[in-house]
Design a protein around this ligand. Structure first.
Ligand code: TYD
Ligand code: MG
Length: 442
């Protein structure tokens, strides 16, 4: 068998015939590992398919999708799981990926007794996984739920193909980074291995019309560990985020070949697993707004979500004042601070500014700019904002308050939560009009 040696960047997949200290594509240092490409691995990707006339191609209607009984999950997937699809669930370690997929496995095992569910648990022993299952459900039937601690991808596919026979099945690979194939070089989790492992599961999924879930750990930077390159190989990429210190978890489809990518599912981590949450329940109503707090409504996918932006502005004794921004885009927050400094003559260069979004939530929406400005003013002047108020609008570099989309839906959500006083481009012609809301009356 012919072999060829190449060096592959483990971060972005750049290939080079010789070892390099820095990747010319993604500029990562020390990221090259030797890889062997054998004729066998090359051949594996070649199939004997023929061009088909469009009229003879069988349709994948929504009727064929598998409902999961998890309304939040179905919503994110756009209706359910399409047979033969490969779904990558990406998230940081400890966020609850195994919990989510275990609950999914339980739900499907209960509702479709004929379907066999294979849970490949390379990360934990079957005993550990069973403990988690017992924590998640009281009546664990489990005749059609199989735990499979196999790490070799070729062996697991062969075994599953033999065991499942003609039965409909579902495979969960927890995680893709623990699996290896003898046909690829590199250790578990290396780019070369993960790529081949994903490719083999994809082939299996398409050939047997079995949905396959792949769990992928993401690195600190938020990239799917090394193999960002996995994203184009799968049909759906779900990202599971949240703050480990808080209970809230958000599931988003960042890529979906069969449905929308705008939807978001909201869960709460409890003692007995993840519970679906109605985002409007998260809002805690207070009689008077605390100093430095301003409410806004952002859109997560198509869902309006009320948030409280909290700011702390305190005198700085540092040559460069501190800016700590959690939950909002750092650069957008810097722009809002600069605009307030220039157009409202707020001497923020002498103040440390800390910003937080309540509940560990995050938003990148410019619609939250005005609420951020209001919370900073409130903390700076040490006065609360008017009760039951909320703020909506983007702030431009020229200091204008700009309209944002879908304001009617946000308005409806705010009113439903008892936030009656709206401040936006509708009733504020410039930022200066925010000051009387918070400045101490003489
Ligand atoms: P896990 O699903 O193992 O995370 P991941 O697979 O993404 O690494 O679980 C993450 C955390 O959730 C873990 O610290 C324990 C906690 N947890 C609960 O709080 N309640 C539960 O019912 C379960 C199963 C886990
Ligand atoms: Mg896990």
């Amino acid at each position: 068998m012919k072999t060829k040696k190449i060096y592959v960047c483990q971060n972005c997949g750049y290939e080079s015939p010789k070892w390099l200290g820095q990747c010319p594509q993604c500029h990562a240092w020390n990221s090259f590992q030797e890889a062997t490409v054998t004729a066998k691995t090359l051949k594996k990707t070649i199939t004997n398919s023929k061009p088909l006339p469009l009229s003879t191609v069988k349709e994948l209607g929504p009727t064929t999708s598998i409902k999961t009984n998890f309304t939040e999950f179905d919503r994110v997937l756009g209706g359910g799981i399409i047979p033969g699809s490969v779904i990558l669930l990406a998230g940081e370690p400890g966020i609850g990926k195994s919990t989510l997929l275990s609950q999914l496995a339980i739900a499907i095992a209960h509702q479709d007794k004929k379907r066999q569910i294979y849970y490949l648990c390379g990360e934990e022993s079957p005993q550990q996984v069973k403990l988690r299952f017992q924590r998640l459900t009281k009546n664990l039937a489990g005749e059609n739920l199989f735990l499979f601690p196999e790490l070799d991808v070729d062996a697991s596919i062969t075994t599953i193909q033999q065991t499942m026979g003609q039965n409909p099945s579902l495979v969960i690979v927890d995680s893709v980074q623990t699996m290896t194939s003898q046909d690829a070089s590199g250790g578990p989790g290396s780019l070369n291995q993960t790529r081949l492992v994903t490719n083999l599961w994809r082939q299996f999924a398409k050939e047997t019309a079995t949905p396959v879930f792949l769990v992928g750990h993401v690195t600190k930077g938020g990239l799917i560990a090394g193999p960002k390159t996995l994203e184009h190989m799968v049909d759906v990429v779900l990202s599971f985020n949240g703050d480990r210190q808080h209970q809230l978890r958000l599931l988003r489809a960042t890529k979906n070949r069969f449905g929308p990518t705008a939807e978001v599912g909201v869960w709460q981590m409890t003692d007995h697993g993840l519970e679906e949450v109605d985002p409007s329940q998260l809002w805690q109503q207070k009689r008077t707004a605390p100093i430095g707090a301003a409410a806004t409504v952002v859109l997560e996918g198509n869902r309006p979500l009320a948030l409280e932006i909290q700011a702390l502005v305190s005198q700085s004794f540092l040559p460069t004042p501190k800016r700590v921004i959690n939950g909002l885009d750092y650069n957008r927050a810097q722009i809002v601070l600069a605009v307030l400094q220039k157009y409202l003559r707020l001497p923020l260069y002498k103040y440390d500014v800390f910003v937080n979004v309540s509940g560990g939530l995050q938003t990148r929406e410019p619609a939250a700019d005005l609420a951020l400005a209001a919370s900073i003013l409130s903390s700076y002047y040490n006065r609360p904002l008017p009760t039951r108020s909320w703020f909506l609008g983007e702030i431009s570099l020229l200091g204008e308050i700009r309209p944002v989309g879908q304001s009617a839906r946000r308005q409806k959500q705010a009113q439903g939560l008892g936030l009656q006083n709206a401040y936006s481009w509708d009733n504020l012609s410039n930022l200066r009009q925010l000051i009387p809301l918070v400045r101490p009356q003489k």
